[in-house]
Design a protein around this ligand. Structure first.
Ligand SMILES: *Cc1c(COP(=O)(O)O)cnc(C)c1O
Length: 792
């Protein structure tokens, strides 16, 4: 943004209250003021938005196709990136308005589950900040991820109608609607454009979210209504709107539901149609689309948008009358694929019958691609047996990851260890066929939202030490290292951490009703609830500490507050059992005066981006304790690191690179490595581990025997117990090696308890982590994508 006129802004803000609500400024509610402020900010953005869009028109553009964008709130982040956040805070102060209270009026745009959706949001922000032609395509779900609260310690889900009071951070572009044709009906895809503001650079890119609506007359049938058939009169409208009504609340698990596939097809079909139309308008001479790939590159965020591949071919064949060879040639040049998981239960495989329900032509095209693959491999001399592991269509199922891998120009994993596992296991046959396509792009997070915005105190202090250049080139944070032994700096780091802990404690008191002590160690695990993430390991250790304290109330231990935040997929019984278990521990421990002062457990409700902004800066310990080999990357780990917090973690995902960058001596590594687990998996006997460790046996047995905790007769705790040592379903026990890693985890925690007491030594570890967090900025990641894959 070029010029900012403070007085003008203030006047516009006040005028907007009056024009929007036809009341005087003083009469307006807090929400009405929030609305008017949002509008004033959007007006500031619009000029640069138009000029960026104009500039991009004839250039090469990259599009990030993602079924999820976990945006969170927009107001504060936009103000920060516009470079006017301090001025706006002053203006509000002049008007006697508290910024934090206004900000609290904004609902999170929670159009994603967890890491994958948040990554997409960080990526588009970094793209704009780096001045890249990078845009997003996604879905405007009218219900975001459910709101979570606890009742009796159980998770209760409620709807998230985040647009109900208005969504002021997008613009409806009615005239740019597309028609999407499903097998049995058609809908209108209406784009809502979200501005993606670059940091202090005048760039505003576009995140286009499609909303499904009825084609004619809003789908309302006057005839039915007139004949008193009220339900029928809106059935068309409802059927269309159902497509983008809800985000599926599943993280890292496949759902084979028709509606989910309709959603995927809906948003990629609208996107592909638009790109084809734009190309025709801008390059009318390119009759066979042979230049399409020069102007467009499409990144597929996991397999959710992979149906874009046959859809693009379909449009070229059926609507643009291209030959199969020409259409297929276009597809093989414009897609790139990111894999996000090695968990088998998360790899999408769609039933042909279901795809047929959505679009019969897409089934034909997928089968044709599979035949092409067959021919390809036969011509390369592969035998039928050798071809089998590559089949895209296997029986009635379509392997979406294989479809993506075959057609894409690039396949990447999201951390080094993850990419290596893809090469050696998950996609090994494809790596052998196309080694040149495989590459790694270690994830990152945006330092604007996750450091500058969430932690202005630490940001200002860093500015005072090394100047502000790091905000444009975050690798400059390395300059902090020269203060690693400066006692004054270390004390100040501790002081700021304490301030952030006080702020979090206040927020937790307000929202959870639990008092926590900022002088205790804040040990935080915040991420989706999943067995592979092993919140259960954390919980069993807490129970172990509790029993130790009961045996010896004078135990020499620094007071500790364990904080959890996590949503469980509503249908994931075991994950919900683990939430209940931790909430029972919380109740038991927080109400026991014998351990009070030493141990506290808080499970915050409705963990989401805006809550996360309070949690990351206030952590003393970052819990990244997944089973080695299972967490593709993790990005929460990076947010903690940026906020000067040591990691307690396994050799998994990006932890490996965090340990490398910041040094093992500044972090806490525990647990078996991935290779070790692969070695022992066949002979692993969890019962033996359990029998041979009395501390472990005691806490596992507590699931069934501890009288002061209860699952209220739901059998949740029996289920957890069985999963560890006695699965009734013929499966292996303890598939995530919770018992195997328990002792190692206990010992790492003991070391933390000891080390934390040297306050300066602890601050030093935090400082060195922060100084080396530059690599984990999504600016670095997005530049890697731009240079290696997108060539933009
Ligand atoms: C960063 C983030 C995640 C991802 O956390 P992981 O620890 O990497 O799984 C999930 N949810 C929210 C709200 C986040 O901000």
């Amino acid at each position: 943004m070029k010029e900012f006129n403070r007085d003008q802004f203030k006047q516009d803000f006040k005028n907007n209250v009056v024009t929007l609500y036809a009341k005087s400024f003083d009469e307006a509610s807090r929400f009405e003021k929030y609305h008017a402020l949002s509008k004033t900010i959007m007006d500031q953005i619009s000029k640069d938005w138009v000029s960026t869009t104009e500039k991009n028109k004839n250039e090469r553009n990259a599009y990030y196709l993602s079924a999820e964008f976990l945006i969170g709130r927009s107001m504060g982040n936009n103000l920060l990136n516009l470079g006017i956040i301090d001025q706006i805070k002053e203006i509000l102060k002049d008007l006697d308005i508290d910024f934090d209270e206004i900000e609290d009026e904004e609902d999170d745009a929670a159009l994603g589950n967890g890491g994958l959706g948040r990554l997409a949001a960080c990526f588009v922000e970094s793209g704009a900040t780096e001045g890249l032609n990078l845009h997003g395509y996604g879905v405007r779900y009218s219900q975001g991820i459910f709101k979570q609260r606890f009742e009796d310690g159980f998770q209760i889900e409620e709807g998230d109608s985040w647009t109900e009071r208005g969504d002021f951070w997008s613009i409806r572009k009615e005239s740019e609607s597309q028609i999407v044709d499903f097998r049995n009906f058609s809908v209108r895809a209406v784009p809502y454009d979200v501005p993606i503001v670059g940091f202090n650079n005048g760039v505003v890119n576009t995140l286009r979210l499609w909303q499904s609506e009825a084609i004619d007359n809003g789908g309302f049938s006057f005839t039915d209504f007139n004949d008193f058939r009220y339900d029928e009169s809106v059935s068309e409208k409802n059927r269309a709107e159902d497509i983008t009504r809800v985000l599926y609340p599943n993280d890292n698990v496949r759902v084979g539901k028709l509606l989910r596939l309709l959603q995927q097809y809906f948003f990629v079909s609208a996107s592909m149609k638009e790109l084809i139309q734009k190309h025709k308008a801008n390059h009318p001479e390119d009759k066979n689309f042979s230049q399409f790939h020069k102007y467009n590159i499409l990144q597929l965020n996991d397999t959710h948008p992979v149906i874009a591949i046959p859809e693009l071919i379909r449009i070229l064949l059926d609507e643009e009358n291209q030959s199969w060879d020409d259409a297929f040639a276009v597809a093989t040049k414009v897609f790139a694929f990111t894999n996000h998981t090695v968990l088998q239960e998360a790899l999408e495989k769609w039933d042909l019958e279901l795809i047929h329900e959505v679009s019969p032509r897409v089934v034909d095209i997928i089968k044709e691609i599979d035949l092409r693959l067959l021919e390809d491999l036969r011509s390369k001399g592969y035998t039928e047996d050798e071809i089998e592991p590559y089949r895209i269509v296997r029986g009635e199922l379509v392997e979406m990851a294989f479809l993506a891998t075959y057609v894409s120009t690039s396949i990447n994993g999201v951390a080094e260890i993850h990419t290596n596992i893809l090469k050696k296991d998950t996609l090994n046959q494809w790596y052998e066929l196309y080694p040149e396509k495989f590459n790694n792009k270690t994830n990152g997070v945006t330092p604007r939202r996750w450091l500058q915005y969430s932690n202005p105190e630490l940001t200002a202090y860093v500015d005072s030490l090394i100047g502000e250049d790091w905000k444009k080139d975050i690798t400059k944070l390395e300059e902090l290292e020269k203060f690693a032994d400066d006692e004054e700096v270390l004390d100040k780091f501790n002081e700021i951490k304490h301030e952030k802990k006080v702020q979090l404690a206040k927020y937790i008191k307000k929202h959870e009703g639990i008092e926590i002590d900022p002088n205790s160690i804040f040990d935080i695990q915040i991420k989706r609830l999943h067995e592979y993430k092993r919140q259960l390991l954390n919980a069993l250790h807490i129970l172990h500490l509790y029993y130790e304290l009961k045996e010896n109330p004078d135990l020499d231990m620094h007071p500790r507050t364990f904080i959890f935040g996590a949503k469980a997929a509503p249908g994931y019984f075991r994950a919900k059992g683990i939430i209940k278990f931790i909430n029972e521990l919380s109740k038991l421990i927080n109400n026991d005066p014998e351990v009070n002062g030493k141990l506290k457990v808080v499970f915050v409700q409705n963990y989401r981006v805006s809550y996360a902004e309070y949690l990351f800066p206030a952590a003393d310990v970052s819990e990244q304790i997944s089973t080695a080999g299972k967490e593709a990357s993790g990005t929460g780990n990076m947010k903690f690191m940026m906020n000067a917090t040591p990691t307690l973690g396994t050799m998994d995902g990006a932890n490996v690179e965090i340990f490398r960058e910041a040094g093992l001596e500044n972090n806490y590594l525990f647990g078996r490595k991935e290779e070790e687990l692969a070695e022992i998996v066949d002979s692993y006997d969890p019962v033996k581990v359990y029998e041979s460790n009395k501390d472990l046996k005691k806490v596992v047995d507590a699931l069934l025997k501890e009288e002061k905790i209860s699952d209220n007769g739901t059998n949740h705790f029996l289920d957890i117990y069985n999963s560890l040592i006695d699965p009734k379903d013929g499966n292996r026990a303890d598939v995530y090696f919770v018992l195997e890693d328990f002792q190692s985890y206990v010992e790492a925690q003991q070391k933390i308890d000891k080390d934390y007491r040297d306050r300066r030594a602890w601050a030093r570890k935090g400082l060195i982590n922060m100084a080396n967090s530059g690599f984990f900025s999504s600016d670095r990641t997005i530049k890697n994508y731009a240079e290696d894959i997108w060539k933009i």
